[in-house]
Design a protein around this ligand. Structure first.
Ligand code: ADP
Length: 776
């Protein structure tokens, strides 16, 4: 600061020529200057610093000597030399000046100064300047401005409306921020002073009283008002808003205004509602799910568990909540009985679903052991971060029992099939999928490998292939029927055999398949063929026998007619009287001839029946008439033996359709036998009754000799006569019953006998009221 020193009178330290008064004055001046709290300079009209006080030095960091005699613009930051001179001149003219400026401090930083300058024209003319450090004040002002600006920025950027309103039922607005329009759809002017609408009218009616009451309560306690309510916007939209405000009070505690902020929370409300909804849904799902479910937080602490989880673990959700999952869910390996880790740590780390080990037992709180199967999945938030684990597990007791039962029944089934005497195989997609040992044997395979996977159809004779295909195609859908066919199989060596095949649709290893049973019936076939051959041979033999008999009978009847006819003439005596002896012999010839004729007729009938040449000739007739006819035919014979024939007829319906002649023949035969085997003076009864079944039952009972028990079943056989001795006594052929039984059968009826030796016999037969004659 080497500057020219124009010494001022008040420079006491350097002036040696001052008088006593001056010294006193200077002293006083110095004291004042040093005592003032402000900084101080004394500069001459040219801007040179003549004096500074200690305060200024401490404000700026300079020492006295560093400053003295320097021109002021060396330390002045805002003004250059000419500006300083201008300012000095200005002050000289006005006498005083107050201005703000900046000075450089010694460290180069700036200091804000408020300068109060006074011009003096005595001594060395110049400016006496008092300086105030206004850095703090400036900063404060700066901050204030800043805060005002940011408040405006804030208010205009906030999604919501700041307000100041009167404490009245209208909530008369005195100030509303720009957000008003966005929030309510009304312009700020519309709301101010209730010009178009009052804020109260915007509030949904249901909330108006509540808000009024709440404000009253809050104001009485000078607390902050907070509420959520709904408003109706200008467009009629309903919005959820959140308000926070407070009362402004005067000195006496009266409310002079309310100030606060209202913001749209519709979105949050909707989200909250959705969240609540989804939580409700989640809880409902969680608690109604059939499996046990436990959720944990990120640390593996239990958060929720459903009823089933409670049952299985023996823990209640409340007491378990917050506990480490491992303390609640204790699981061990079923075989080793070692504890098994619940893989929640792994899930939390990997963030993927992890299944638990197999064969695990859950040890419930009361020590029960429950087989379980389960899995653990991560719970992931919107940002794909794992925030917990959900563990799902299931009591497997029943499932396992079922599985074991299935395994057992499968084993049983397999054993059965393996040891079955029948050949059994399964075919899937026309290929052998399973073969039992018997199948291997029949098809000539040493091991299943020779046939498994091979085409099934190839093992059928070409003539059988289509039938088998059709049979198997036809299976689709009807699982009930078992189809039986006889087909020719081809063995591995190319030879063939006939088998009876049954196919049943099954599901084998998840695939639609066919279970095939078959049996080699070669032997049976051979046996059947042998039987058929034998039958044919016997049929032929029978046929020729009958043919022979028929022919023979015919040939016999002609000469027999002569024998009977001529012997009749001789007995009648037309050819001249015979003596007793001659008469006896001719009578014998006649009797024997008749017997022979009878026999031949019977044989002829029988052979005709056997031959199938005898048909029913059905007519509609009155059965009682037929009975009467036979009765009168036989009556001469019966009266000769003094045997009475009674009739007991109880028929509501007398008309029948049948072969009239044959029915009469049946009856005649039975009556003839009854007469034959009943001693003189005996009694015969003919009965006819109606059966419910559409049959008429006729019977001929006698009081004759009866039939021994052993013979009862044989008398209907051809040529059977009960007793050799009676045969001679009672002439007959032993064919009568055989023939009439055939007649009864031809009608579809039945014949049987009840008899007691010595007491009598009763023969019964039935015929239909309406015989179906077309069938025979
Ligand atoms: P036959 O021509 O010998 O009578 P049948 O076939 O009519 O031949 O009868 C066979 C046998 O049944 C008779 O020989 C007789 O022994 C016995 N028989 C049939 N009817 C009677 C009856 N009413 N009483 C006792 N025995 C009878």
């Amino acid at each position: 600061m080497g500057m020219e020193n124009e010494t001022g009178r008040i420079r006491m330290d350097s002036s040696s020529d001052t008088d006593e008064d001056d010294v006193g004055l200077a002293q006083r001046y110095k004291t004042i200057v040093e005592l003032t709290v402000d900084g101080f300079w004394y500069i001459d009209e040219y801007g040179n610093i003549l004096d500074v006080n200690t305060r200024y030095c401490s404000m700026t960091g300079y020492s006295y000597n560093e400053v003295i005699s320097s021109p002021i613009w060396d330390i002045e930051a805002d003004m250059n030399r000419s500006q300083v001179i201008y300012q000095i001149d200005r002050t000289k003219k006005l006498g005083k000046a107050l201005f703000e400026t900046h000075h450089f401090k010694k460290d180069g930083s700036l200091i804000d100064l408020e300068v109060s300058a006074t011009y003096i024209d005595y001594g060395t003319p110049g400016l006496l300047c008092f300086l105030r450090d206004i850095t703090d004040r400036k900063e404060l002002e700066q901050k204030l401005q800043e805060s005002e600006r940011s408040k405006t920025v804030l208010l205009s950027n906030l999604h919501g409306m700041a307000y100041r309103c009167d404490y009245d039922r209208d909530w008369t607005m005195r100030f509303v921020s720009e957000g008003c329009y966005e929030l309510t759809g009304y312009q700020t002017e519309d709301l101010l002073g209730n010009r178009l609408i009052s804020f109260n009218d915007i509030i949904e009616p249901g909330y108006r009283d509540k808000i009024w009451n709440k404000w009253a309560e809050v104001l009485s306690r000078k607390e902050t008002f907070q509420a959520e309510y709904r408003i109706l916007t200008a467009s009629g939209e309903v919005k959820w808003v959140w308000e926070q405000g407070k009362g402004i009070f005067d000195d006496k505690g009266n409310v002079i205004a309310l100030e606060g902020f209202i913001t749209d929370v519709t979105r949050q409300k909707t989200i909250e509602e959705e969240l609540r909804e989804s939580e409700r849904l989640f809880r409902t799902t969680l608690y109604s799910i059939g499996d046990a479910v436990i959720t944990t937080d990120i640390h593996g602490n239990l958060k929720q568990m459903n009823l089933i989880a409670e049952e299985l673990t023996g823990w209640g959700e409340k007491e378990a909540s917050g506990k480490q999952l491992e303390d609640i869910l204790v699981i061990i390996n079923e075989n080793t009985r070692e504890p098994v880790d619940i893989p929640i740590r792994e899930v939390l780390r990997v963030g993927e679903v992890v299944g638990l080990a197999n064969h695990i037992l859950l040890i419930s709180r009361n020590g029960m052991e429950i087989p379980v199967a389960d899995s653990a999945s991560p719970i992931i938030n919107e940002d794909d971060e794992v925030i917990g684990v959900v563990l799902v597990f299931r009591d497997q007791t029943e499932e396992r029992a079922a599985r074991e039962a299935i395994a057992e029944s499968e084993a049983r089934f397999r054993l059965l099939v393996e040891s079955a005497p029948e050949a059994i195989f399964v075919q899937t997609d026309w290929r052998f999928a399973y073969l039992n040992p018997k199948t291997l044997k029949l098809l000539g395979a040493a091991s299943p490998a020779q046939l498994l996977g091979k085409n099934v159809i190839d093992h059928f004779d070409t003539r059988s292939q289509d039938t088998v295909k059709e049979l198997i195609h036809g299976l689709k859908g009807d699982k009930q029927d078992v189809h039986l066919v006889e087909e020719t199989f081809i063995r591995l060596d190319g030879s063939s055999f006939v088998a009876e095949v049954a196919v049943v649709p099954i599901n084998y290893g998840g695939a639609d398949s066919v279970l095939v049973f078959f049996r080699d019936i070669t032997e049976r076939k051979e046996a059947e063929e042998a039987i058929i051959k034998a039958k044919m041979a016997s049929d032929i033999a029978n046929r020729s026998k009958s043919e022979f008999l028929a022919n023979t009978s015919h040939e016999l009847r002609t000469p027999l007619s002569s024998i009977i006819g001529f012997s009749d003439l001789l007995i009648e005596g037309t050819m001249g009287e015979l003596n007793e002896k001659q008469k006896r012999y001719v009578t014998t010839i006649n009797k024997s001839g008749n017997l022979l004729l009878n026999l031949i007729n019977n044989i002829l009938d029988l052979s005709q029946i056997e031959f199938g040449e005898m048909d029913l000739e059905c007519v509609k007739f009155d059965i009682v008439d037929a009975i009467n006819d036979v009765h009168s035919m036989i009556s001469i014979l019966s009266s000769r033996k003094n045997i009475s024939i009674d009739m007991d007829i109880d028929l509501p319906q007398r008309m029948v359709v049948a072969d009239n002649e044959k029915i009469k023949e049946i009856l005649y035969n039975l009556l003839d036998n009854a007469l034959k085997f009943t001693p003189d003076g005996g009694r015969i009864t003919i009965r006819a009754i109606q059966k419910d079944t559409g049959f008429i039952q006729l019977s001929v009972s006698d009081t004759g000799i009866g039939i021994p028990k052993d013979d009862i079943n044989k008398i209907f056989e051809p040529f059977y006569q009960s007793d050799g001795s009676t045969t001679r006594r009672y002439s007959g052929t032993g064919l009568g019953l055989t023939i009439i039984k055939k007649f009864v059968k031809m009608h579809g009826g039945n014949i049987w006998v009840k008899s007691e030796p010595g007491k009598g016999s009763a023969f019964f037969f039935t015929i239909p009221v309406l015989t179906d004659c077309t069938e025979r």
